[in-house]
Design a protein around this ligand. Structure first.
Ligand code: 13P
Ligand code: SF4
Length: 383
């Protein structure tokens, strides 16, 4: 892995390690662990067993919109929650259950544990990570911060506890614009990591002075503007919804740029009956439930060696399944559970500071959050 601070010090080039310690390709290792689809006959008894286990363990299931629809349904049916990364964090913190089962990726489980160190936080597979987290090792990030002590350090939620421990603020895509706008108004200069596309998008929208880490999301980085233009020509009435982890050439074509929850809101509440959706296809499950009459079209990805045109699905999110949820709830061998998220308490305490600031800001400034959506999102159209 190589880190390069470019001559103008405006960017840091960093790529996530594509190979794991054994030489395997990271995403291929993830795909290899994706659970087999379950036969319908096997699903119902398994769901019933999980419901009983959740009750017996005083546990609640918190899922992200990208995970398997069966998990999202189970979360709703059992008093749990399905949300974007900001609301997942808030729900886990505020819920009375002693055990949280987080169906998503590792940083989401870590955030839950940092906010509630007294709770047991379980995940179906602790290897479910994120290319942004992998692409921002804490030591390199600390050196980057050390080189720029004059800047407020703002990190995306998709980072490790160690990176958050170094940050002044954590943001998610739901609140990044509002928080950076606020800091910019205060005259602060910003160091932002790790998503280069989100960072560039926020800088463009707010005019803030932002020094960017150059990480990327393997899913959103693959959306292609040229393909999107062709698709739009075939569906001229369709609104284009884009997650801000996508390249600038793609966000420029959007009617709505926003977090997963903003994209869902645009489909449910916004004008129009047809939408082209540029994010992980797992989100379509919730969109179809909430807006059954609307037509949803997956945005094209098509990487260099792609064999399909719309295969936007995060391999790490795909590792979550019903079998894993049952396994994490029923593990009872002596010794530490291989499903339990552990965060060193001292590190967790340091990391909590930037998350608390975000939760506090978002809870107390609904007007600023709303203004950020309407004031800055260029082609806001529907949200
Ligand atoms: P949201 O916070 O918008 O749900 O995004 C999380 C994520 O990982 C998107 O790839
Ligand atoms: Fe990370 Fe991208 Fe997966 Fe989201 S979709 S968890 S940003 S790799």
């Amino acid at each position: 892995m190589e880190t390069t601070i470019l001559p103008n010090e405006q960017k840091i080039a960093f790529d996530f390690p594509r190979q794991d310690a054994l030489g395997g390709v990271c995403t291929a290792s993830a795909w290899a662990k994706v659970p087999e689809p379950l036969a319908a006959a096997a699903r119902e008894p398994l769901v019933n067993e999980i419901k009983a286990l959740l009750k017996a363990r005083n546990a609640v299931l918190v899922a992200h919109y990208y995970v398997d629809g069966a998990l999202q349904d189970l979360a709703w049916q059992t008093g749990g929650f399905v949300a974007d990364s900001l609301e997942m964090a808030r729900f886990g913190k505020n819920h009375a259950a002693q055990t949280l089962v987080v169906a998503g990726v590792r940083f989401m489980g870590e955030t839950a544990k940092i906010l509630s160190p007294e709770k047991t936080v379980l995940m179906p597979d602790l290897d479910a990570t994120c290319s942004l987290d992998l692409g921002c090792p804490a030591d390199d990030f600390a050196r980057f911060c050390d080189a720029h002590p004059d800047r407020q350090v703002v990190v995306y939620a998709n980072t490790s506890a160690a990176v958050k421990a170094r940050a002044d603020w954590m943001v998610t895509s739901s609140c990044a614009l509002a928080i950076v706008h606020e800091l910019h108004q205060q005259g602060q200069k910003i160091l932002f990591a790790p998503d280069r596309h989100l960072g560039r998008y926020i800088a463009d929208q707010t005019g803030a002075d932002m020094l960017l880490w150059e990480g990327h999301c393997v899913v959103h980085d693959e959306f292609k503007a040229a393909e999107l233009v062709t698709l739009k020509a075939k569906h001229p009435k369709a609104k284009i919804l884009v997650h801000p982890e996508s390249p600038a050439s793609v966000t420029e074509l959007a009617d709505v740029v926003g977090s997963t929850s903003a994209m869902i809101k645009a489909v449910v509440d916004g004008p129009g009956d047809e939408f082209i959706v540029a994010t992980d296809q797992g989100i379509l499950h919730r969109m179809r439930q909430l807006a059954p009459g609307k037509k949803l079209i997956e945005a094209p990805t098509a990487g260099n060696s792609a064999t399909c045109k719309s295969c936007a699905h995060c391999p790490w999110m795909a590792m979550n399944g019903l079998v894993g949820v049952k396994a994490c709830l029923s593990f009872d061998r002596p010794g530490p559970s291989p499903f339990e998220v552990q965060v060193d308490p001292a590190l967790g305490l340091k990391a909590k500071h930037c998350i608390d600031r975000m939760l506090d800001f978002t809870a107390h400034n609904p007007d600023k959050l709303a203004r950020a959506q309407h004031g800055f999102v260029k082609n806001i159209g529907a949200a």
